[in-house]
Design a protein around this ligand. Sequence first.
Ligand code: ATP
Length: 442
Amino acid sequence: MAEDKEKNVKNDPGLATIDKIISLCKRRGFIFPGSEIYGGFANSWDYGPVGVELKNNIKQLWWKRFVKQRDDIVGIDAALIMNPKVWEASGHVATFSDPLVECKKCHGRFRADQLDGVCPNCGGKDFGEPKQFNLMFRTFIGPAEDQANVAYFRPETAQAMFVDFKNVLQTTRKKLPFGIAQIGKAFRNEITPGNFIFRTREFEQMEIEYFIPKPARDEDWRSFFDKWVEEMYGWMEMVGIDTGKVSKLEVPEDELAHYSKRTIDFEFEFPFGVKELYGLAYRTDFDLKNHYKEAPYKEDEEGDAFWPHVIEPTWGVDRTVLAVLASAYKEEGDRIVLKLNPKVAPYKVAVFPLLKNKPELVEKARGIYNDLKKDFMTAWDDRGNVGKRYYAQDEIGTPFCITVDFDSLTDERVTVRDRDTMEQERIDIADLKSWLNKKLNK
Ligand code: ATP
């Protein structure tokens, strides 16, 4: 199945391959291999100066769209290491595992469900019996490393929304339907991480637990579910993910997680194949029932208490970054350009003095740069020639570049070059901010 899908990836020479994306990320400062001077470490990756801007912009856009601009969703930011009883109640201690097999020839360990019978290390075909391997990272609280002090790094952000449900309810007085959102790190001891930032052991999630009344009929939860499908598409369009490369996979009943009655995986045509980008699940009242002995919610004082049901849309931050990069990456002739949505672009604008060794140009350009910096993430570049600077800013995805030339000194105008059309316009320096605001907020 996976193999067939990988063959479906279009054979387009200008298309982003994962190697091209990794190389661009490294040379421009989006993403570096983690602990590189020590030979890297366990498929970890570090976001560099422009990568962190891109990632933060994505997270802030998400928070704005789903928390700040909605009346029915509130946010939390919970501890990464929670009481281990949380993970017992949620079922993670018992069932959050993948089947692991060992190659008898090279002793390499792999996920049994991702193998096609041949060892990717040595080509061996003889494997031991599969064992269930729990993906949670264990640690110890305090100085004594014994069983009584075992704790886990959270493998998902979701459980905190259930555990904090009552506190949120009491402090916000929200009525169903309402949601709790969180963005944060999650940790999974993946057996075979890989494909750049697609699967790592430490990653970030943006999750919402959306609480709904106990459904009397199937349509009652299905209508919320369908709305979230639309919301997720709306998000992908806004952030700049090519939705032409997104497909929905209805997870078959016999493959559903233990808590789920329906799950859709939103799959994206990544450069290395069609794989899960986001998920949407109807979790019934499984979670709140497990965490709260007594039903935690009443519609009003007279009503009966009950356990709300949950629709859970979940987004991986790093997979979003990768899908955004893959969607934005274009090769046009000999130029490489990231056609990022300006809202997520690390820099909104760059300022150049035409020549570095002309103090009057540098001073004028510096003045514009310092002024724009107050309102926009602004880059400064005075290296090489203007062509080289355009080349660099295109690779970072900066929507506009401003050049200060000799005419600027007398006519108070500058040349603004558009990343996507490469067209140039002369703009009054006094109008720059309003011009940029209009263009960036389209
Ligand atoms: P997969 O099947 O790829 O292992 P999953 O179904 O286990 O993913 P969920 O538990 O639904 O993933 O997690 C929600 C989201 O978190 C995923 O849709 C994905 O975007 C992200 N995610 C999960 N595992 C990882 C990982 N190891 N590295 C990066 N992102 C991840």
